[in-house]
Write a protein that binds this ligand. Structure first.
Ligand code: MN
Length: 238
C-alpha cells in the first residue's frame, strides 16, 4: 500500500517537475516534449537490468529521441500541438521532409515512456482481468512468455515486441522494427519490451534471449492492470 501511494505521488509530481524544467531551460527544451523522469531509482531493476544501462538508456537514448522530436517539430505549427498518439497515428499527414524524423523519434519517445512505466515491479504473475485476458487471447501466461520472447528474439536488428489492447480489452502479440509502434496504426499498447542492443548489451552482450527471459522479473503487473483498465475506458494514450 505504501509503495503504491509513494509511486503515485512520484508520477503526479512528474508534471510539476516537467513544468519547472521548461521554465528553467527554455532554450535547451525548445519544443513541446520533455523527458519524463524514471518513476523509480536507476537501480530498481537490479540485478536483471543494471543501473548503468538504465541511466544511459533513459538519460542519453530517450533524451535524444525527445530532443530530436522537438527539433523535427520546430517549424511544424499545428502538428507540434497534437498529442503524441495523434501525431503518430497521422504520420501520413506529416510533411515528407520531417516524416522519418518524427516517425523514429516520436516513436522512440512513446515507446520508452511506456517502457519505464511497466517496469520497476517484482515480476511474478498477472492477476485479475489481465490474467483472464491473457488466458483468453494469448493462451495463458506461460505461452505468452514463450511467444513474446520468441518474437523478441526474432526481431532482426533493432525493434520492439508488444502486447496491444483494444477498447474491448482484447490482447494481441506483435513486433515492430526500429522505433515503430502500434500507435502508428491507431492501436494501444498494454506493455512492450525494447530489444535494441542498447537495452541490454552492457550486461547481456549478444545474449538477447537471456535478457528477454530476465525482463519478466521486473514487470509491474499492478501498473499494467491500470493501463488495461484505462484502455477499456478509452483513456490510455501512450
Ligand atoms: Mn531503447
Amino acid at each position: 500500500m505504501h509503495a503504491r501511494l509513494h509511486r503515485r505521488s512520484v508520477l503526479t509530481g512528474f508534471a510539476a517537475l516537467a513544468l519547472a524544467g521548461s521554465a528553467r531551460g527554455a532554450a535547451a527544451q525548445a519544443g513541446p516534449y520533455s523527458l519524463p523522469p524514471l518513476p523509480y531509482a536507476a537501480d530498481a531493476n537490479e540485478p536483471h537490468i543494471d543501473a548503468r544501462t538504465m541511466e544511459i538508456h533513459h538519460g542519453k537514448h530517450h533524451q535524444a529521441y525527445v530532443t530530436n522530436l522537438n527539433a523535427a517539430l520546430k517549424d511544424q505549427g499545428e502538428l507540434a500541438k497534437l498529442p503524441l498518439e495523434q501525431l503518430l497515428a497521422g504520420l501520413d499527414k506529416v510533411p515528407e521532409s520531417v516524416r522519418t524524423a518524427i516517425r523514429n523519434n516520436g516513436g522512440g519517445h512513446a515507446n520508452h515512456s511506456m517502457f519505464w512505466q511497466v517496469m520497476g515491479g517484482k515480476g511474478g504473475e498477472p492477476a485479475g482481468e489481465v490474467a483472464a485476458a491473457i488466458e483468453r487471447d494469448l493462451g495463458g501466461f506461460a505461452k505468452l512468455k514463450t511467444d513474446f520472447n520468441g518474437a523478441g528474439a526474432r526481431v532482426f536488428g533493432s525493434g520492439w515486441v508488444f502486447v496491444t489492447v483494444d477498447r474491448d480489452g482484447k490482447l494481441a502479440l506483435t513486433a515492430r522494427p526500429n522505433q515503430d509502434t502500434p500507435l502508428m496504426e491507431g492501436k494501444r499498447v498494454l506493455f512492450g519490451n525494447d530489444v535494441w542492443e542498447h537495452a541490454y548489451y552492457l550486461k547481456y552482450q549478444n545474449r538477447r534471449p537471456d535478457y528477454l527471459a530476465a525482463w519478466w522479473n521486473v514487470v509491474d503487473w499492478s501498473r499494467i492492470a491500470e493501463r488495461y483498465a484505462a484502455a477499456k475506458a478509452g483513456t490510455l494514450t501512450i
